[in-house]
Design a protein around this ligand. Structure first.
Ligand code: GDP
Ligand code: MN
Length: 377
């Protein structure tokens, strides 16, 4: 689960990281009032859960409350990378001398968190990694020891930060790591962390991605979920405990097991198709879950064919078949469906589906080819 910039910065501030003064507005009038309160010179920042808002025109500087109102009206009418802007953060404008990148994430290969820092802040770190990899400093953190002072100093030295800033930097790095640990995040990032004209380090942007599997022990954070920002499909999928990720292709995939779902997507691509989604219905799914899954897949109007690939272990093929049938009763669709059911109760499953006008397949390769063909036909 991603947090909005304003939410992330609030969690940073609670742990001592300096952030600009600011408030969230949902209307241009509110933005104006906040700008007034802050003295006029503000930055209006779209709150949408994507990066690169600056480049997309979703971040603008205003010199007066008047201008803030105008800009807020414009930004509140925007759609950025497909997401409508419903809120803006109005922050006191900063006098930026330098932009730094600072983030913490998990390094799975090293089995440790890693702090990543670069003197080339403001741009996406992936971009720096491509164009100027030497400008990225990494420091692995022992989870039992936490971030040590000498490590923060190593980082500061590594990015060529002037000594005057080391103390502030050390505090911010420590607090960022603490935020990452406290919230069970998979990513906590400040980009940019800026040096201001009056020689302070301030977090201008914030991004936190929480580990969904740990959300159960953070009721307060789970409540920050912004349902407005989630597609209805994602909300529905979560309600039924389905792992669903929407993609851009035309073949809807319903599979049990994440590994099998990935394999299914690969083979769809191998035969020239492109998956419309990742969907894992999980082990032991009952009919209601299958129904919801199919409803979600079919609500994507780009879907031209559905590939159902079930390997029945603890998931029973007859339950899946019942789910498909009840979904078909609910959603009237002409989208062709290819089913491959193998394993527990497969005969029963096939018998149930015999009259349902499905394309059946014996192997995964066969199923993928039939789905690709059906999508093109
Ligand atoms: P992102 O593009 O979604 O990562 O949004 P950011 O919050 O990182 O803002 C993008 C860029 O806008 C920053 O790298 C800064 O260059 C600029 N920016 C953001 N806030 C301010 C501000 O208060 N003053 C000035 N001068 N520039 C800002
Ligand atoms: Mn940023």
């Amino acid at each position: 689960m991603k947090l909005q910039e304003y939410q992330s910065k609030l969690l940073f501030a609670q742990r001592g990281i300096p952030i600009p003064k600011g408030k969230v507005a949902a209307t241009a009038q509110e933005a104006r009032d906040i700008a007034d309160e802050l003295g006029g010179r503000v930055v209006i920042k779209s709150q949408v859960l994507v990066g690169g808002r600056g480049k997309a025109g979703g971040i603008k500087l205003a010199k007066s409350a008047n201008e803030a109102e105008d800009l807020a009206a414009r930004i509140l009418g925007m759609t950025i990378k497909g997401l409508p802007v419903r809120k803006v953060l109005v922050d006191e404008a900063a006098d930026i001398q330098k932009e730094i990148y600072l983030g913490v994430t998990n390094d799975r290969a090293a089995r440790k968190p890693v702090m990543i820092c670069s003197s080339e802040g403001g741009v996406e770190i992936e971009e720096v990694a491509r164009t100027d990899p030497g400008k990225i400093i990494r420091e692995h953190i022992d989870p039992l020891m936490g971030l040590r002072d000498y490590q923060a100093r190593n980082i500061a030295l590594g990015i060529g930060l002037a000594r005057d800033y080391w103390k502030q930097f050390g505090q911010i790095a420590g607090a960022l790591y603490q935020t990452y640990v406290d919230t069970d995040a998979t990513l906590a990032e400040i980009n940019p962390l800026v040096i201001t004209g009056d020689k302070r380090l301030v977090a201008l942007d914030g991004k936190i991605v929480l580990d969904d599997n740990a959300l159960y022990r953070h009721a307060d954070l789970a409540e920050m979920r912004d349902l407005d920002e989630e597609s209805p499909q994602e909300t529905e999928a979560r309600k039924y405990g389905l792992s669903y990720v929407k993609l851009d292709g035309e073949i809807g995939c319903m599979v049990n097991g994440a590994g099998l779902a990935m394999g299914t997507m690969d083979i769809v691509k191998f035969f020239g198709g492109s998956p419309a989604n990742f969907l894992d219905i999980g082990g032991g799914a009952q009919a209601d879950k299958v129904t919801a899954a199919l409803r979600i897949i079919l609500s994507d109007l780009k879907v031209r064919a559905v590939l159902i690939n079930i390997f029945g272990g603890i998931t029973r093929c007859d339950e899946v078949a019942r789910g498909i049938l009840s979904a078909l009763k609910e959603v009237n669709t002409k989208v062709p469906m290819v089913v491959r059911l193998v394993g527990t109760n497969e005969e029963e499953g096939r018998r149930l589906l015999a009259d349902a006008n499905m394309i059946t397949a014996t192997s995964l390769a066969d199923a993928a080819q039939k789905a690709v063909k059906a999508a093109k036909g």
